[in-house]
Design a protein. Structure first.
Length: 115
């Protein structure tokens, strides 16, 4: 484990060739994977429709598994180093806007341009 807080956990994984974890799910947490070296395969049984999706990640590749979806990770013929990140919700979905952006300043100084 690299980081552990009430809102995020980050684990560094060093996985030998041909290994896999159990098929499992997290009821309330997102599970993200970021590959540093090697290849990692993420198998996900989709909760919304009948499909098992496999995502192949190489160095720099990232994917997310949403809460409630059964999944597992596995390696291929080479070792893999990756980060596994748990968090309760996607941070970008927490914004609530009160007004619109645009040019600042008094109304008489604006060119009536909206962004």
């Amino acid at each position: 484990m690299i980081v552990s807080t009430p809102f995020v956990e980050v684990h560094r994984l060093r996985i030998k060739p041909g290994m896999q974890c159990s098929m499992h799910r997290h009821l309330h947490k997102w599970n993200d994977f970021h590959v540093i070296s090697g290849k990692l395969f993420i198998e996900v049984d989709k909760a919304d429709y009948p499909l098992t999706d496999t995502t192949e990640l190489g160095p720099g590749g990232t994917t997310s598994v949403k809460p409630g979806e059964y999944h597992r990770f596995r390696t291929g013929d080479e070792p893999c180093e990756a980060l596994e990140i748990y968090h309760p919700a996607v941070l970008s979905e927490d914004i609530e806007r009160k007004d619109c952006g645009g040019q600042s300043g008094p109304p008489e100084d604006r060119d009536h341009v909206r962004v």
